[in-house]
Design a protein around this ligand. Structure first.
Ligand SMILES: Nc1ncnc2c1ncn2[C@@H]1O[C@H](COP(=O)(O)OP(=O)(O)O)[C@@H](O)[C@H]1O
Ligand SMILES: [Mg+2]
Length: 336
């Protein structure tokens, strides 16, 4: 079977991104060769410092790139539909109906003047032919699923009457109103404190299991991603530098950037003095050349690293973009 656009290679998976390139105005390439796939029930984390291209990758998947920012290479297929080439009608069906989105700042996603039950109900009505009454009942049901103790009462509240964590739960309810099979979350907990972060992450994890939906969780915080993700994609300078099962990537990183990120994550045994910031700064938009973007900050770089990025399979669904990747597992052992 092939999809409408005839791309058989992208069939069968909930989300399949292949060799994605994204350009900003001026022709600067800010995302290069990103490939990832997400199945139902799977939680995939995309991690990396600010500016590494995580949000633009997610927006490209949602068909929501800002004006002037374009997909310059590769394919994105959601349930076999090529997002970059979809008609506006197909895109409308995908957004909300197949793909739900949760972004960082819940307040900007909510209407401050509308009761939350009504906002969720509007989203239900946007995706299904139901009466106001049915939509209202579904909104209350969703609030219950999001952990609101008295959803009937909560439905009548305005966003400013809720805590940050509760607002983010409302945003998640809105994203789920069309029963999507894929949930895209961009830094969903960045505005929240540590305890609330854990609760929201547990909610997302539970949704993935109970509703059998695929989740892409973008975070600059490796600690957040490692808590809930089955697989991790590590991005740097617009490129994927490493990918694999989360526990393996964390236990045996095969890229110096992942290794450096890991050393910067606090563990319950580490004191604040143990936190080692990565020296230097990531490349600015479009600054990265053809070689590995981490070279200027890498203590292990050789001349060849600046010329071409090697993507090396280091196991099943396990990739490192470091040509010296064999160095790092032993370094991790030595650092323990
Ligand atoms: N609308 C835009 N116009 C121009 N440049 C942008 C735009 N959005 C993002 N960028 C640039 O693209 C790069 C990747 O951004 P982004 O995907 O937001 O990174 P992240 O989410 O990992 O912090 C950054 O250098 C950023 O400055
Ligand atoms: Mg971002």
């Amino acid at each position: 079977m092939t999809s409408a656009n005839g791309n058989a290679a992208l069939e069968g998976t909930l989300l399949a991104v292949k060799d994605l390139g994204v350009e900003i105005p001026g022709g600067l390439q800010v995302v290069t060769d990103v490939s990832l796939s997400v199945g139902r029930g799977e939680v995939v984390g995309v991690v990396g410092e600010s500016g590494s291209g995580k949000s633009l990758t997610l927006k490209a998947i949602a068909g929501l790139l800002p004006r002037g920012v374009t997909v310059s290479a590769g394919q994105i297929a959601v349930e076999g539909t090529d997002v970059a080439r979809a008609s506006s009608r197909e895109l409308r069906r995908l957004r909300g109906g197949v793909v739900g989105m949760v972004f960082q700042e819940p307040m900007t996603a909510l209407n401050p003047t509308m009761r939350i039950g009504r906002q969720i109900a509007e989203s239900v009505k946007a995706h299904a032919q139901v009466s106001n009454k049915q939509a209202g009942a579904k909104a209350i049901e969703l609030l219950g699923e999001m952990g609101f103790k008295d959803p009937r009462h909560s439905a009548d509240l305005f966003p400013h009457e809720l805590s940050g964590g509760m607002r983010q739960r409302v945003v998640i309810a809105i994203a789920l109103a069309g029963d999507p099979s894929l949930l895209l979350c961009d830094e969903p907990t960045t505005a929240l404190d540590a305890t609330v972060t854990m609760k929201v992450l547990d909610l997302i994890l539970g949704l993935s299991a109970e509703r059998n939906i695929g989740v892409v969780l973008v975070s600059h915080d490796l600690g957040v991603a490692s808590r809930v993700c089955d697989r991790l994609v590590v991005m740097y300078g617009g490129r994927m530098v490493e990918e694999g099962p989360a526990d393996e990537v964390l236990r045996r990183p095969h890229h110096p950037y992942t290794f450096a990120l890991l050393r910067a994550v606090p563990t319950k045994d580490s004191s604040i003095d143990d936190l080692k910031a990565i020296p230097g700064a990531p490349p600015a938009a479009g600054e990265a050349g053809p070689g590995c973007p981490f070279v200027p900050r890498c203590a292990f770089a050789e001349e060849a690293c600046g010329q071409r990025v090697e993507s090396i399979a280091v196991g099943p669904r396990r990739i490192s973009a470091c040509r010296r990747q064999e160095l790092f597992p032993d370094l991790v052992e030595a650092a323990k």
